[in-house]
Design a protein around this ligand. Structure first.
Ligand SMILES: [Zn+2]
Length: 286
């Protein structure tokens, strides 16, 4: 099957009240793990590439690997740019065949974020790709933002409405207390704020930094309108832990396939568990 736009998957998710998993990929084994998990769960799936992934593997390699995986897949697969940094990069990804892009102008003043996002929508829409933007700041767990300053970075519901109206984006990433990376304690999500954003904004909402968020909190976020959930750290953990286990069992192993194969299998299991929590298992339309 050819790659599908993320907006098509999120529309179905909104109609049926579940979230689609968006899993970060860096290499062939992780691409295969994500698509294998989606097929096993009969789930629609989004593979996404971050700045780090693009730097490591290159846009062309990622696009080619995901396209090859999608062509064989019996479930809908989308390819998304995670945290796009510039208009030029978005254009490169669209040319390479990405069916969805995020433009992250969240560090910019509101009007500049709107201008950048509008520019991206104007090139993505004619080629049938969808656009995700971010409002508020989703930091990293390493950012160490003081608790009383934390809310200053959260998405403002009124501003979210204005932003979506002005830009015409397909989906919006919200800052409600999640962070990228590995949490030190239990993350505190601001569900009241999420509900207020939902009242103001009709496009699907996106939750970043969801690795380490308890399942019950993820389900509550889905109930309140989150339709795309990003998972990266959980995949890294299971992939690398499997490599460590394998090398501990046999420190003399030199066949990369015998080291990375079990890591790929471990990632499949992690991804399948997430899909069941997100409610997207069994939702593939084809
Ligand atoms: Zn993110």
């Amino acid at each position: 099957m050819p790659l599908v736009p993320v907006s098509v998957l999120l529309k179905d998710a909104a109609a049926e009240g579940y979230a689609v998993g968006a899993f970060n990929c860096n290499n062939m084994e992780i691409v295969q793990a994500i698509v294998t998990a989606a097929e096993a769960e009969k789930a629609p799936v989004i593979l996404q590439a971050s700045q780090g992934a693009i730097k490591y593997a290159g846009v062309d390699y990622i696009a080619a690997m995901v396209r090859a995986a999608a062509r064989r897949a019996r479930v809908p697969v989308a390819l998304h740019l995670d945290h796009g940094t510039s208009f030029d990069q978005v254009v490169c990804c669209l040319v390479a065949g990405f069916t969805s892009v995020m433009i992250d102008g969240s560090h910019l003043p509101l009007e500049q974020n709107i201008a950048l996002t509008r520019q991206v929508v104007s090139v993505a829409r004619p080629v049938g790709a969808s656009v995700e933007a971010e409002l508020g700041r989703i930091g990293g767990v390493e950012d160490d933002i003081a608790v009383d300053e934390r809310e200053a970075f959260f998405t403002d519901p009124g501003e979210a409405r204005y932003f979506v109206e002005q830009t015409g984006v397909d989906s919006l990433a919200v800052a409600i207390g999640t962070a990228h990376g590995r949490y030190k304690g239990r993350p505190q999500l601001d569900f009241a704020r999420l509900a207020r954003i939902r009242e103001q904004v009709s496009v699907p909402l996106v939750l970043h930094g969801a690795s380490g968020v308890p399942d019950a909190d993820l389900k509550e976020a889905i109930r309140l309108g989150v339709r795309k959930i990003n998972i990266d750290t959980n995949i890294r953990e299971s992939f690398v832990e499997a490599i460590r286990r394998r090398l501990a069992e046999d420190p003399r192993e030199i066949d990369p396939r015998k080291i990375l194969g079990p890591a790929r299998d471990a990632a499949v299991e992690t991804i399948r568990e997430k899909m069941r929590v997100f409610g997207c298992s069994g939702k593939a339309k084809w």
